[in-house]
Design a protein around this ligand. Sequence first.
Ligand code: AMP
Length: 554
Amino acid sequence: MSKLEKFRELGLSEETISAIAKKGFEEPSQIQALTIPKLLENTIDIIGQAQTGTGKTAAFGLPIVERIIPGKGFVQALILVPTRELAIQVAEELSSFRGNKDISILPVYGGQSIDTQLRRLKKGVEIVVGTPGRVIDHIKRRTLDLSQIGYFILDEADEMLNMGFLEDIEIIFATTPKEKRTLLFSATMPTRIQKLASNYMPKYELLKVKAKLTADLTDQIYFEVHEASKLEALCRIIDIESEFYALVFCRTRNKADDVARKLSDRGYEAAALHGDITQHQREKILNSFKRKRINILVATDVAARGIDIDDLTHVINFSIPQNPEAYVHRIGRTGRAGRQGTAITFITPSEFRKLMRIQQQTKVEIRKEKLPKVKNVISKKRERVIAEITNILENGNFEDNLPISYELLAKYNADNVIAALMTHAYKDEFSITKYASIDEPSARSKRHPNENYALEENGKTRLFIALGKSDGMDPRKLIDFIQKNAKVDARNIRGLKVFDNFSFANVPFEDAEIIIQTFRNKGRNNKPLVTKAKEKSDSPDRSDRRSDRPKHRR
Ligand code: AMP
C-alpha cells in the first residue's frame, strides 16, 4: 500500500483510495498530482492541458466523486464530451471510483433511446456525462435541470470546438448557476480555446502536462513508400508481427473503405469505420474489434474519436496525419496501460517535410526504418507455424486425427504428406508469390541523387524559379534577389543552377513556403514566379532540350 500513499497525500479519502487500489493504479499521474489537491482544497477554476492517456479523467473524476453528496437525486456535476464513446468511457471510469457511495452516473448521448435516459434522469442522477447535442435536447424537454450543479467540466474541449459544438456549449453554460467550478481539459490550447476559457472563467489556473502515462512505451517509426505500395507494405508489417491488433488511419472515407476491402480480400480480419457508417453498424464493428473478432480497424480521424482500447499493438498512419495534433492524437491510442506499442507512419517522398514538421512540433523522435523483406516475413511466418505445431505435438490433442495420418503415410512419404497438409491448411501462405515487390523510394534516390526526395530528406525543398541567364541572373544575383524580397537568410539558399530561362535552388522547407508566398503572383500574367520543382525537373539533358520555359509555369 505504500505506493498508494501518494494518492492519500493528495487528500483523497480511504474509500476512494480503496477504489483506486482495485483499479490497480499505483501512483498519481502528473495531471492527477497537480489537479486533485486543487480541486479538493480551494475553489479556483482550472484549465488542464493534457491529452488522452495522461489520466485526466481520474484527475477531475476522483475529486468530483469525492465531493458529490451521495443520494441527493439532483445533478451536481455535468461533464461535456465530444463523442458518445467518450461519454460511456468517462461514465464508466467515474463509476469505478465511487466505491459503495450512492452516486448515480449517467451517460447521455445521441443514438441511444431517449426514453431510457429519461427514466434514469427521473429517478435521480448526481453526475451526467453527455455530448452537447443530447444534453441540449434534455434541457429543452426540461428533463435535465442544471440549476444546482457545482461542477461544469469540458473534456477534450479542442475536439468539441473542432466538431462545431461551440454554440451548444454556450447554450448549456447559460443554464448553469453562477456559483460553480468550471474545469476545462484540452490537449491543445489554440486561441479559440483560450477565448472560450476567458468567457467562462474570469480567473483560472492553467495546469500543463506533457508526459503521458505511457508515452515512452510507444515506439515511433516511419517508412518511406510510394502511395501505390502502401497496402503491400502494410501486409508485410502485419505478417511479420506475431501479434497485430491495430487502428489503421486513412485520410478519407473512400480510402478507409478501399484499404479495409483489400485487406479482407487478402484474408485479413479487417473492417472500415468512417462517417458513412450507421450508428448501428458502428457499434457492431466496434464490438467485434473489442472482442478481437476483427483485429484491424481502418478508420478516419473523425470516426476514430473516442475509441478507447488499451491493448492495441500498433497504430498505422496509412495516410500521414494532417497536423502534429492529429499525429499525437492518433498515436496516443497505442502504448497504453503499461503495454508496449508501435506507431508506424507511411510517408510518400513528397511528404517528408510534413513528417519533419510533426517531429519538430511534437518533439518526438520518429525513426526511419526499412520495410521487412519478403524472405524475412516468410521465415517469421514459418517459425510461428512450426512453434504452433510443436506446441500441439507436445501438448497432445491431435489423437483424433491419427487415422488420417496412418492412411496417408501408408501410401506417401512423410515429407510430402506434411507439405501437402500445409498447402491444405495455408494455401500459398509461405510462398514468395503471395507478395508483390515494393519499389522503395529510398533505393531509387540512391540511383538518382538529384531527385527531389533525396534533397527533401535533409528537410530541403527544391524550388523552380522562372528567371534565368536571359533575365540577367547568375547564382549570386539570384540569391540576392530572393533574399531581398522574401527576407530569408541568404546562407540557406543552396544548390543553385541557373539555366537560360529558369533556375533551381534548394532551401529549407520553412523558407520555401515564405519564398513561394512572396513570389506567388510576381511571374508573367500574375502567375507564380517561384514554385516547387517537380521530380527530375533539373536534369540537364531534359531542360537543355527545351528552348522555351518548362511546363512548371502553368
Ligand atoms: P485518460 O487519460 O483519462 O483517458 O486515462 C488513460 C488510462 O489510464 C485509463 O485506462 C485510466 O484508467 C488509466 N489511468 C489513469 N490514471 C492512472 C494512474 N494513476 N495509474 C495507472 N493508470 C491510470
